[in-house]
Design a protein around this ligand. Structure first.
Ligand SMILES: Nc1ncnc2c1ncn2[C@@H]1O[C@H](COP(=O)(O)OP(=O)(O)OP(=O)(O)O)[C@@H](O)[C@H]1O
Length: 262
């Protein structure tokens, strides 16, 4: 089975010009202790698009993802999820977060819950799906990534790669409009990175809309429809992977990529 309904699949942003914006960040500014780490970010993620956020450590990638999920309050700007201005102070953060799936660097499975309880928790607790229906869907999803036999284990019985894949399945179990992935392979042993990235690739093929911060340049190049290079809190360049990786006219991009791939 496919993990999610088939969508338009891979293709450049230019190949899907009519795709509706799912996430729109407009003029986002954010400071910590007087230091501005996001300095007027404009970024749109369209339906079925995979956007890779790249940039040096400290450039603001995680902070940007956290603002999109309302885990950080912005100082200025607007954030739209679909047509809704979710940066409006009257927006209900819990309700908005239930529309966005998130996976972080470190495995976020609750250690005291079985894998299937982790995967079904949000469906049951937030979306009011019955336990039977949530488990049916959860087992189907776990089966699709070869983890059905681990459903009733606790997370510490799984490898790091299996835990991270289960965390991804948990994030999509409620069919979110957007999936945010924050350096999801950074804490993994190198031999486990591939299986997690393969799952992201498959989700993208199925049409999941994804904004991911990553240091995996080869993956960004191969899988993202669009790559956004963040430099000291500013979008220095954004475009199809070939533009950034092969034809960038921006010296900052070229310098970053040369350092990264050296
Ligand atoms: N809660 C916080 N309080 C103070 N400073 C913070 C906080 N969160 C982030 N920062 C600072 O904001 C800047 C951007 O951090 P951020 O984690 O967004 O960068 P990043 O690009 O994701 O880095 P990395 O690739 O290392 O994960 C850094 O200088 C960081 O120290």
């Amino acid at each position: 089975m496919s993990l999610i309904e088939p969508g338009s699949g891979p293709g450049s942003a230019a190949a899907m010009p009519d795709a509706a914006p799912v996430l729109r960040l407009v003029g986002i500014r954010k400071s910590f202790e007087g230091t501005e780490v996001l300095r007027g970010i404009d970024l749109t993620v369209h339906r079925h698009e995979i956007v890779a956020l790249i940039g040096a450590s400290g450039s603001g990638k995680s902070t940007l993802l956290r603002t999109a999920n309302l885990l950080e309050q912005i100082d200025d700007g607007q954030i739209f999820l679909g047509d809704d201005d979710i940066s409006d102070p009257r927006a209900k953060a819990d309700r908005i977060r239930s529309r966005i799936g998130v996976v972080f660097q470190h495995f976020n499975l609750f250690p005291h819950l079985s894998v299937i309880d982790n995967v079904t928790l949000a469906s049951r607790a937030v979306h009011g799906v019955s336990r039977a229906e949530a488990e049916r869907r959860g087992l189907e999803l776990l089966g699709s990534i070869g983890l059905a036999d681990k459903a009733h284990d606790f997370p510490d019985r799984l490898s790091g790669g299996q835990q991270q894949r289960a965390a991804i399945v948990r994030a999509i179990a409620t069919d979110p409009e957007l999936l945010l992935l924050d350096e999801i392979t950074s804490a993994l042993d190198p031999e486990l990175v591939g299986e997690v990235l393969d799952l992201v690739r498959e989700l993208g093929r199925g049409g999941t809309t994804i904004l991911m911060a990553t240091h995996e340049m080869a993956f960004a190049r191969d899988v993202a429809h669009r790559v956004v290079f963040l430099d000291k809190g500013v979008v220095a360049e954004a475009g199809p992977p070939a533009q950034l990786f092969e034809h960038s006219q921006n010296p900052r991009t070229r310098e970053f990529l040369a350092r990264f791939t050296a």
